[in-house]
Write a protein that binds this ligand. Sequence first.
Ligand code: DGL
Length: 278
Amino acid sequence: MTSLRNAPIGIFDSGLGGLTVLRALQKQMPCESTLFVADQAHVPYGGRPLAEVQGFAEAISSALFAKGCKAVVMACNISSATALSQVQSSFPGKIAMGTIAQGALEAASVTCNGHVGVLATEGTVKSRAFTAALNSIRAGLEVTEVACPRFVPIVEEGRANTEEAFHAAEEYIARLRANEVDTVVLGCTHYPFLLPALQKAAPFVQWVDPAQPLAEKLQRELNVAGLAAEQKTESRNVYYTTADPDRLRQQSALFLNCDAASLCVRSAYWQEGVLHLP
Ligand code: DGL
């Protein structure tokens, strides 16, 4: 059991959004090792057919379990919406978690007026996964989902703190205004990068980022399964990208506020639908 306890947690996203979840996991469980995959060859996932995203998410999850991960976290809402239940049934006895249930639980508990907004990618909105999760937690919640296709490219290209980001935020927030939401879920893991712009565009709503409740839930599950890393363990974090490793190194160091040279960044590659993590 010791070796499995010290096995890494696999985390993935289409790109930089996954870092917002990775950061919460590292803060919550500093002794845990991680294998992070950013599928930047395919970012953005949001406008792609749901079946295609499901295929990517299942293949990445398989690669992470094959690499010895003790748990896989889909740090990606559209992957969670399309592939989580399939991955959970394909890997019985393994821990596989996504963002949507935790985001919905948090939003249902903080809303005062019962009107919840969800900002997400086109695919996640199309799946209606947040509406279904919120309604299953609390019947009668009024849910408004808004697709925000401009956001992910803004984040991936390093323009989160610009006027362009603020104008995009204003455009999407305007679509929530009529419904008097008091709580808005960041339904895409890239969006916490845009929180300053979003807060400026909508200062009076409560923002829900699923990352922290997800980290806490994973910690509870690892403890129950006897799989939490031993406290003396020194964590090891490896970052994979399916695009340019130098770019991911710079982007991750900037976001995680650490020395780029200290990060272990590797190339991953796709071959006939299989993801290889050398
Ligand atoms: N960050 C992902 C999500 O939470 C995917 C964003 C994208 O690639 O469109 O849905």
